[in-house]
Design a protein around this ligand. Sequence first.
Ligand code: CBF
Length: 737
Amino acid sequence: MFIPKEPGTLVSAMEDLIDEERDAALGNGGLGRLAACYVDSLASCDLPGWGYGLRYNYGMFQQRIVDGYQTEVPDYWLNSGNPWELPRVDKTYNVRFFGGLHDEKDPETGKVKRVWDGGQVVQAAAYDVPIPGYDTTTMGNIRLWSSRPNSSFDLSSFNEGNYNQAVEEKKSAENITSILYPNDNHMVGKELRLKQEYFLVAATLQDIIYRFKKGKKPWCEFPNQVAIQLNDTHPTLAIPELQRILVDEECLEWDEAWDIVTRTFAFTNHTVLPEALERWPVDLVKHLLPRHMEIIYAINLFFLQKVEKQFPGDRDLLVQVSAIEEGSPQCLRMASLAVIGSHTVNGVAALHSHLIRTTLFQHFIRYYGEEKFTNVTNGISPRRWLHQANPNLSQLISSKLGGIEWIKDMEKLRALNDLATDKEFQEAWMDVKLHNKMRLAGYIKNNLGIEVSPDALFDIQVKRIHEYKRQFMNILSVIHRYHELKAMEPSELDEATPRVVIFGGKAAPGYYIAKLVIKLISSVSAKVNSDCSIKNKLKVVFLPDYNVSLAEVIIPASDISQHISTAGTEASGTSNMKFVLNGGLILGTVDGANIEIGEEIGKDNIFFFGVLAQDVEDLRHHNRMGKSAMVSSLCAVVQSVREGEYGTPGVFAPLLDTLTIGTDYYLVSVDFDAYIEKQREIEELYKDKSCWAAKSIRCTANMAKFSSDRSIREYAERIWNIEPCPLAATPEAILND
Ligand code: CBF
């Protein structure tokens, strides 16, 4: 496909073509990207599994920075078509919303069944994105659903004069997959979002059942043939939907159906943040999906009856585990429904899985016991995140290891440990890093006009902007460093390690505080970069429109990356793994997968700081009681911002107030001094190039655990009970599915 760069011009090189290609930005952050790595691993490990999702017309918005502020531009990524998808005209299913319920007697059996009819019926049309496995004939697939008016929508309404209504119906159907909600780790209770969730599960289940029925097996075989992993709570409606299909359409008895349902589903929890946990007003669910709400009530009632039987009179326990939260409004707790309807529940890193056992799902453990709750630490694809993103490093590694087998078996990387202190190898290793830093420096110069030296320490924090991820603490520490540099004698300044602090990430459009963080970074960047008195010892860059393509340029270029969430808030993180796999060191809190990365690469090769998750609640309590004062290092920084060092005083007041008038919920003040101290340590250590190179090599060498192949095999063996079965990727095999 050729895309004119300017009218009349054709692209001249493959690189230009690649630059023109748009990301399919169909997710918000780590959650969707994790799933993409998992589909790559499923295919590469010859495991028979697919991913399902929605084909939004508008994906994640494009971020522009105007006058230091984030603005959002719609991402119409399909403008020039999508060469990687296969529209499946033969794969369409109808999906119903709203409507009414009544009972109907089967004339033959005399059995009364519940009928859901009327309402709005839309069509789900499949688009396949084939995912070839690496070095195998097995082909995976991501099937994305697009909504459109159903086939009975025709021109008769127009002819009857109901033109407006017909157009409205068409628009309403198309709206469902029109746009991705751009919130990461934050739930928005909009009817359209709930429609998207049901649309996904209704189409997907019909598709799965269609394939199951081709095998002509009895329903009791379904859980042996099919495993469905709920990737967070967003597809939880699949549980009542399968129950509905089995009871209302396939006429199974309730208990038999429920046994099938609970042996089919497993659920991955990806967050403990309260604001991210889905709670839907019962009235909204009832209005949109009346039969599902009836079924959910019944599922919950039968479950609570069992709990009551085991713990007679323990009313508090019933309140805690109920899928319905009493209150005004009454709400459906999706995570509880997911637990009740699944045979296995997992967290995504060891600490996170421990936390969900001891906090979020602690009450469920009393009833179910520990066995149902497990951990599968996240992973990343070495194909994309080392081989593709960092071709020079991939080549260097392969040349030393005598082959590229590591790409499917990261254990092989361990041999690099023997080369960690080899001077020649260190030089070659750091040459690749320098080359990658030059590439990023070029990008920064071309896009922002900021000159940065590739010899400086590249210190990077790229991820969604969120208070719990503490980009705010990072920029406050940059200001602190700036003040230090300004106060230095010339001789001391000459000795200082030059540092380029790079930020990137999108804030949800309605997340005011996160947007102010971006503004503060931009303002600090403008001031610091133009201050000649600090002799280029500090540069600050905010890279607009962080996305996967940009990540592939940024990640290989890091010396240090920051993963500094308040302990206990980041479920796992996956960019931490990507940076370390590329030989970047980590400055991080004792949180999420940072902990396991430290265990694997060795405590000497990671810079940990900050409070532990187990102490966070007590510290917050202290803050709420007004028992802790802000540390003086932070006070000075806050004051300089308040006084207008970075623009009009007052602009940043709501942000600064989160530390002072607020209760500093994310414990910035508590961690600040330890954080600054670690940064000092890093700057000192960076001066010893050989020591740094050895650490960098050991990082890459010891990341085997974080291959998504390992994660996906754990799901396959411990949760889905499936084995590798290489599939011939013939066109027939794919098109028949
Ligand atoms: O498990 C994948 C990722 O999911 C999140 O992004 C999420 O949206 N819940 C978490 O915030 C990450 O910690 C996690 O790595």
